[in-house]
Design a protein around this ligand. Sequence first.
Ligand code: UD1
Length: 437
Amino acid sequence: MLDPTSSDDVFVVHGGAPLRGTVRLSGAKNSALKLMAAAILCDGELRLSEIPAIADVPVMVDVLRGLGLEVDLDLDAGTCVIDASEEPDWHAPADAVSRIRASLSVLGPLVGRTRRARLALPGGDKIGARAIDMHLRGLEAMGATVWQRDDEVEVHADELHGALLTLDFPSVGATENLLLAAVLADGETVIENAAREPEIQDLCRMLVAMGAVMDGIGSPTLSIEGVDRLAPTEWVTCPDRIEAGTYAMAAALTGGDVVIERVRSTDLTLPLIKLRAAGVVVEEGADSLRVKGGDLDAVDVVTLPYPGFPTDLQPQLMVLLSQAEGTSRCTENVFESRFSFVDELRRMGADIEIDGHHALIRGPSQLHGATLTGLDVRAGAAGTLAGLVATGTTIIRDVHHVDRGYAAWVPRLQELGADVQRVPASELGPVPGPGDA
Ligand code: UD1
């Protein structure tokens, strides 16, 4: 079930309770949205399951319907059936596209299927400049002409041919867009320095099930031999490793004992190494994890593209490190503005020093409740975690960000024993102001 998504709601968190129980993960946000975009390439019906009940999914449905695709979404069942038998429109609807970053991933499939695309420049988290130069340079190398205006991009490719594409950086979005364009291009495309996140592997494997020809899935060099058409298929979205990591840290932080179901621990190798190094007990089952918290020790962490430590777990990790004994160092290498959450954490009493993209965290600090605002999807979750170990009341505003990435965040935390409520801001009494205890 989707949480109610009024952007006026707030989370009210009272800390102290150790989390206990079982939580089952949703399908991965960053896979589901791309699998949905890939439906544009499918000459027929794509049937997806384990689609997460998050707010970005209906927005992506609006984007696809705006392109003329038939979409049947059942968020309660976690299914989405998308029919692209008719050739899609090439002009994506600006209002929906500008609401989520992932809508950029319709660019590659549109160019692949219709040989042209016009797209408003997308929205999403404000965690850095989030340029799209690699996406556009790659399409140009494949024979496309690109026009970039202030608020939109237009691409025409009368001939779309394979090419050798060497990325400056293993960008998730650029790798996905280019491989999605390449599957219906003429000839062979090789993407060097490709991103290899588990969600990209999920996308590649689904495309192969649809008839795409690819080599090097999960490696930094991806070769794609273009085919004429992609056939309908059924696909189960991979589990959300970021959601897994978030609940694991929540369990560890609160000194709890939580079983996380439908996990692929191989997607979480480095986060689990770091949790164990911090003194957290992690038991791995066939497709589950049991995480037990206790005394936490400082660890050093560097965010990098997969298989490096995910930037999407960095804010949650900062909360954990604020409770660890000793000095931890955290380096953020993926998004330049991703330390903005640190100011909020400092207001709650964390001892964190920032120098460029390096952070020094001295712990443990007793956190105290505060009102947190303007957070992105991961920082909103991290703020909730901070509230779970703080004294007093923590209020999280702008919770629509959390709705974009976490299915049933508040009900699931409540089931684990957390004292968290979601209430309309208008029902809130006097709350702690910035820095108030
Ligand atoms: C995706 C994920 C996001 C995750 C991120 C990194 C989705 C919807 N979002 O975002 O949750 O945090 O991967 O794992 O899947 N860059 C350029 N030029 C480009 C493309 C990227 O300079 O053409 C830069 C970006 O500004 C950023 C870095 O590369 O600093 C990483 O971006 P990228 O890997 O593309 O992330 P997204 O696909 O935006």
